[in-house]
Design a protein around this ligand. Structure first.
Ligand SMILES: Nc1ccn([C@@H]2O[C@H](COP(=O)(O)OP(=O)(O)OP(=O)(O)O)[C@@H](O)[C@H]2O)c(=O)n1
Ligand SMILES: C[C@](O)(CO)[C@H](O)COP(=O)(O)O
Length: 375
């Protein structure tokens, strides 16, 4: 089965207040919507529905990783626009998710997908556990039996053709896609939702979401250290930048001591050994190799394991060449290779006050730290 995800984020978040729409506000270092999108990144196709005013922002944040579609006046219109955009894309199943539910987890997504083997529609929900009242003017006016009542969540999953037909037949709108599916006569299975899968609706929900994320977050710190000796030559490669010098660095690859230290820091954070384990120096194919290959491999491995690189800090230890004039270009090059924002990368340098091998200008040393955070 080929599964697409539609993430609706074209609302204005009026109940949450706070200036900008809630899906663009920051939650633990990235936007609410970025968390929601990351949860579905393993699916073959992700469509994000945005308010027409937000399209440029969507391109800046997600680039070509997702398909962007303009939303409509209400949630159902937004979903229908995305379904129409996917028509003909050979998707057999579709998951429809609120961009405002950033804490959805993989296990819940998998439960919905698995249920679609047996039924045309399935959605997560949690049983109501509190007593229910009716009320008016701050007075309880009645009670409501909670037996058989559920709180509906997303992603709601459907056989693609069935939900597209249902939306076309019922353009009048509804609170969610289960309601549209039921109007079209589709049976909908309930799968176990999650208390953590809250929808950010009011301002206070941000603090709750931060708390849940903080408790779940897997933060890894890694460090790396490397040394390369000088040899004859007229330049060195440091953090991917060619720096003119009256010596070169000796090494099996391009001897980029800063990039090697950073690569080892990323492997270290994942307990994945070091460069030598992934690219053995005994293997002639890595002789003279650009160290970009090593750093890109470590960064991709981190992504595959569900981590993002939150920051990286590299220190080069040498008397010469002077690093300061090149530090910004080096940070930008490392950021490009790792696929992260340059403001999250630092390159700095220190001398060792003419002490030791770096002080005697026999070589360059580097130490690096990287922080990985679970998505
Ligand atoms: N025209 C709309 C309205 C809502 N949504 C999306 O549907 C989800 C659930 O809606 P809700 O929480 O009600 O979001 P808002 O409409 O933005 O909130 P509010 O009602 O407070 O303005 C959100 O991810 C929202 O962005 C949408 O894509 N298009
Ligand atoms: C789809 C939904 O998330 C199900 O709980 C919800 O109905 C959408 O949000 P709203 O606050 O009802 O607009």
């Amino acid at each position: 089965m080929t599964v697409a995800a539609i993430i609706v984020a074209a609302g204005r978040g009026t109940r949450a207040g706070g200036g900008e729409p809630k899906q663009w506000r920051s939650l633990a270092g990235q936007s609410v919507l970025a968390h929601s999108v990351a949860a579905f990144a393993h699916l073959p196709r992700v469509v994000v529905v945005l308010h027409p005013d937000d399209m440029a922002r969507g391109v800046a944040e997600f680039g070509g990783r997702v398909t962007l579609v303009a939303g409509g006046a209400n949630r159902s219109d937004s979903v229908r626009n995305a379904l129409e955009a996917l028509d003909g894309a050979a998707m057999t199943r579709v998951l429809i998710h609120d961009g405002a539910r950033p804490l959805v987890d993989r296990a819940l997504i998998d439960r919905v997908i698995a249920a679609l083997n047996d039924v045309p529609a399935a959605a997560p929900a949690v049983p109501v556990t509190d007593a229910l009242w009716r009320g008016a003017a701050d007075r309880v006016t009645g009670t409501q039996d909670r037996e058989g009542l559920f709180r509906a969540q997303t992603p709601q999953g459907f056989r693609f053709d069935a939900i597209l037909a249902a939306h076309r037949a019922h353009p009048e709108g509804a609170a969610d896609d289960v309601e549209i599916a039921r109007r079209a006569g589709l049976p909908v299975a309930i799968v176990a939702g999650s208390e953590d899968n809250l929808k950010i609706t009011y301002a206070a929900d941000f603090a709750r979401a931060e708390q849940i994320l903080g408790a779940k977050m897997d933060v890894r710190l890694g460090n790396g250290y490397d040394v390369h000796a000088f040899c004859e030559g007229d330049h060195v490669i440091l953090c991917g930048v060619k720096v003119p010098h009256d010596k070169a660095l000796l090494g099996h690859s391009d001897a980029d001591v800063g990039m090697h230290a950073l690569t080892d820091a990323i492997y270290g954070a994942m307990a994945e050994g070091d460069i030598g384990r992934h690219f053995p120096p005994s293997d002639p194919q890595w002789k003279g190799a650009a160290s970009e290959i090593f750093l890109a491999h470590a960064a991709n491995l981190a992504r595959e394991k569900g981590f993002r690189i939150a920051n990286a800090d590299v220190t080069l230890i040498c008397e010469r060449p002077k690093i300061g004039p090149h530090a910004q270009a080096m940070a930008e090059e490392l950021a490009r290779i790792m696929g992260i924002d340059p403001t999250r990368v630092s390159v700095k340098a220190t001398t060792s006050e003419r002490l030791g091998f770096t002080g005697r200008e026999e070589g360059i040393a580097s130490i690096a730290t990287a922080t990985l955070v679970s998505e």
